[in-house]
Design a protein around this ligand. Structure first.
Ligand code: NAP
Length: 257
């Protein structure tokens, strides 16, 4: 039996990782801010699948929250074999409409926490000669799209660079880049979703199934679903300044994904 630590495990993509990994027989460490929700989920996964599910309440926008998860990842007595850096959120509004405090919180959760937790986990995994890290980015990483897209672009670049440096160590790192997924994300950010065409929506459980299959294949970047692979392929053919205009308008209409 192996242990997986999932950040943002109470909802959406993180909860889907929890369901799938528990069903596959992995013990879990569930991380998020809402302790009550974490406990309910841990109990349900334990009762349904017979696995052990620890609860670790942590706000990854704070120093103390990041530190507590780093400490858990570095604990040699209870090693973590798979880290899923998934916690994240969107801010409603264009550049200069979002407060500086909210922009900085996003960088803390999407970049600093991902850097520090990946490093804590990878150092310990490298010593053991095995392990995996999935960093949840977004297709927004590949188009000009404000701080959200920039933070996810950082996640992709960082993960690919770290994966290259750790090649041959037994530690696999992969950036996961989904398109629109039905979760609590847009509602939490106060973004409307009525205008998003139904064909653009992905199912969180299917995103996770693709992610884990791609990790097993040794991919460094996973883009779930042929629809988004095609869209991103087409985007490469569009000049970058034109793409900036298109995605900025699309972003206003649909919100970041
Ligand atoms: N939904 C999409 O369309 C989409 C597309 C591409 C990528 N993504 C990415 O996928 C990841 C998961 O998003 P989701 O769609 O599943 O969103 P979600 O349903 O809103 O879930 C977000 C999770 O993150 C946790 N979280 C948020 N801020 C946190 C913080 N400061 N510290 C610790 N935990 C925190 C939340 O729990 P608590 O509130 O209890 O802390 C929750 O469990 C994010 O990184 C997002 O950027 C989403």
């Amino acid at each position: 039996m192996t242990t997986a630590l999932i950040t943002g495990a109470t909802a959406g993509i993180g909860a889907a990782f929890g369901r799938r990994l528990a069903a596959d027989g992995h013990n879990l460490v569930l991380v998020a801010r809402d302790t009550k929700r974490l406990r309910e989920q841990a109990t349900e996964l334990h009762d349904r699948h017979g696995i052990e599910a620890e609860v670790l309440t942590a706000d990854l926008a704070t120093e103390g929250g990041i530190e507590s998860v780093e400490k858990r990842l570095a604990d040699p007595r209870n090693p973590v074999d798979l880290l899923v850096n998934n916690a994240g959120f969107g801010n409603k509004g264009r550049y200069l409409e979002v407060s500086m405090a909210d922009e900085l919180t996003m960088l803390k959760v999407h970049c600093e926490a991902v850097l520090r937790l990946t490093s804590a986990a990878a150092a310990s995994m490298r010593e053991r000669g095995r392990g995996g890290v999935v960093n949840v980015a977004s297709v927004a990483a590949f188009v000009p799209r404000g701080t959200y897209g920039a933070s996810k672009a950082w996640v992709v670049q960082f993960t690919q660079g770290a994966a290259k440096d750790l090649a041959g160590s037994g530690v696999r790192l992969m950036a996961l880049c989904p398109g629109f997924v039905r979760t609590e994300f847009h509602q939490r950010a106060g973004m409307g979703t009525d205008n998003i065409p139904s064909w653009m929506w992905l199912d969180a459980d299917k995103v996770v199934a693709t992610a884990l299959a791609d990790l097993a294949r040794g991919k460094q970047v996973s883009i779930p679903d042929a629809r988004y692979k095609t869209l991103l392929g087409a985007a490469k053919l569009v000049p970058r300044n034109l793409l900036g205009g298109i995605t900025s308008k699309t972003g206003r209409k649909y919100g970041p994904q």
